[in-house]
Design a protein around this ligand. Structure first.
Ligand code: FE2
Length: 221
């Protein structure tokens, strides 16, 4: 029997709404992604104690706004309007650009994204690259609360396969999730825009103080 608090998400195909060269522009910007090694000790981390380092590539939101102002406009406009449909409260974009809308990149077959929970009530993911079943790079989300590691997420989960131009919204505050490694060769690349939205009952001010330093190596200001 399916429990009524099982994980679910909403997905929009925005290919007809996005600027004509949106994908190639974001793929170009992804070449500028900064390398960082996550040490999964944030309050939001859900990694096994055996995992001590996770290499990631990110273009932070300040850089992304400079490189793709049209995306910043969508984050505050159409995407926010769609995110609004996820809540009865007013949904707002982040006031701090550094983590509002960022570009996350996986290259080759060794990288994956940290297993974690979200601190914001609505997460938006715009997929830039396609990763069909069997090619890795899928988002794996625990169906039920309390999973505290990849092994626990893998016991009972939902999987979102990235489709370019799809915008996904979900609440990941109590559902640990991570991104699997890519399958293939070292030229494989996964690119997404990850966006944070907030509400009055879960405002931006509740974002953990250490999270920006954890993800970007910089405190928010
Ligand atoms: Fe997340």
């Amino acid at each position: 029997m399916i429990k009524n608090n099982r994980f679910s998400w909403r997905c929009y195909d925005l290919n007809s709404e996005l600027p004509i060269n949106w994908q190639s522009e974001l793929l170009n910007i992804s070449k500028k992604a900064a390398a960082k090694t996550l040490v999964p000790t944030s309050i939001t981390s859900r990694e096994s104690k055996l995992v001590t380092r996770i290499p990631v590539l990110t273009v932070n939101g300040v850089e992304l706004r400079k490189e793709a102002p049209w995306l910043y406009t969508l984050y505050h406009g159409l995407f926010r309007d769609l995110a609004q449909l996820e809540s009865t409260e007013t949904v707002v974009a982040a006031s701090q650009d550094i983590y509002g809308a960022v570009l996350n990149v996986q290259r080759g077959t060794d990288m994956r994204y940290e297993c974690h929970i979200d601190s914001n009530p609505i997460e938006g993911l715009l997929y830039v690259t396609d990763h069909p079943k069997g090619t890795g790079g899928e988002l794996v989300i625990a169906n039920l609360p309390d999973a505290k590691s990849i092994d626990e997420v893998e016991k009972n989960n939902s999987v979102i396969y990235p489709v370019a131009g799809n915008l996904v919204f979900f609440d990941g505050r109590d559902r640990a999730h991570y991104v699997r490694s890519l399958v293939g060769d070292n030229n494989s690349e996964r690119v997404i825009v990850a966006m944070n939205y907030y509400t009055e009952s879960c405002p931006e001010s509740s974002r953990p103080a250490d999270l920006s330093a954890h993800l970007f190596g910089k405190p928010s200001c």
